[in-house]
Design a protein around this ligand. Structure first.
Ligand code: HPA
Ligand code: ZN
Length: 323
């Protein structure tokens, strides 16, 4: 059988050392592991079979996805569950040439079910340390606040995390974006920064360019997750380029959540031409149809990115990381 050009390009993409900077660890829960953990914890799985789980992964928007994503996290109960989840992700990331990861975790989606912060953090960190020892993948860990909840609840989460600040390096902001602007969380981000934590935020995924400004000006973030709507605002594009603030893009996520009408409309090329640094990540790969190499290939196909451009994106991901 003759090799297809995409096979060569995949090999090239995999060969590039890269950092994955936009990855929700809960979003790496593959249906097979979901079912195995449900059995181990003797609970009813959210889906009875892998096929039915996959059939349900058909989303009209971000909130559609989030409902299912939070339901699936119910199988994560013990430190061992979080460790297995993290290790399974790291093996896949390693196969795609990832040398550094900065995963997000959503403690509020577990604390509310009675899972202790110690089980969540110890499990994830044990997995990350194994990945460092056995696969050579370095890491930083980012705790996200759920933006559909109140700022008071985010403060409670920050307090619960204080014993673990030696292994938590930054805070992020995720969940349902519409009507939950970054300004709602300005005080808790200031408190987090006061504790020595670094900051990132999802902005401009379903929300407007204005939310990206707020993330920069009020939360003082170093990177923006998604940030697609920056294309609507020239002054913002200029600011991102001048300050070298990266946008952590996830093309397959944006396609599956219908943030862009289709990938031919994907704006990676516009960001490159405007001098805005971009990185490429997989967001919630168990749900969106691919890990990081698939996301590089999707952007390359959509925007005709050259090998030099893909290599520059990979290099920028390492520069933008907190290694
Ligand atoms: N956006 C917002 N919240 C999220 C996402 C996302 O893409 N994935 C997991 N939580
Ligand atoms: Zn995300």
């Amino acid at each position: 059988m003759t090799e297809q050009p995409t096979d060569h390009l995949r090999e090239f993409v995999v060969s590039l050392p890269k950092a994955e900077l936009h990855l929700h660890i809960e979003g790496t829960l593959e249906p097979e592991l979901m079912l195995a953990l449900a059995e181990r914890n003797r609970i009813d799985p959210p889906f009875p079979t892998v096929a039915l789980a996959k059939a349900a992964y058909d989303f009209g928007n971000l909130d559609d996805f989030l409902r299912l994503y939070y339901a699936a996290t119910d199988v994560l109960r013990t430190a061992a569950d979080f460790e297995d989840l993290t290790w399974a992700y790291l093996r896949r990331a390693h196969a795609d040439g990832v040398v550094h990861v900065e995963p997000f975790f959503d403690p509020q989606s577990h604390l509310c079910r009675g899972v202790e912060m110690s089980a969540i953090v110890d499990g994830i960190v044990t997995g990350l340390r194994r990945g460092e020892a056995e696969l050579g993948i370095s890491w930083r860990l980012i705790m996200c606040f759920l933006r559909h909840l109140s700022e008071a609840e985010a403060f409670e989460t920050l307090t619960a995390a204080e014993p673990y600040l030696d292994v938590i390096h930054g805070v992020g902001l995720d969940s349902s974006e519409a009507n939950n602007p970054p300004s709602k969380f300005a005080a808790v981000f200031a408190a987090a920064r006061g504790l020595g934590l670094r900051a990132v935020a999802h902005a401009g995924e379903e929300g407007p360019a204005e939310y990206i400004w707020e993330a920069l000006d009020l939360l003082l973030v170093e990177r923006i997750d998604h940030g697609i709507r920056a294309i609507d605002d020239r002054a913002l594009m200029k600011q991102l380029a001048e300050r070298r603030i990266p946008l952590n893009l996830c093309p397959l996520s944006n396609q599956r959540l219908q943030v862009v009408p289709d990938l031919t409309a994907y704006p990676a090329r516009q960001f490159i031409e405007a001098g805005v640094p971009i990185t490429i990540s997989s967001d919630d790969p168990a749900y969106f149809g691919g890990y990081i190499a698939d996301n590089y290939l999707a952007a390359a196909a959509a925007n005709g990115l050259s090998r030099d451009e893909l290599a520059a994106i990979a290099a920028d991901s390492l520069t933008a990381s907190w290694r």
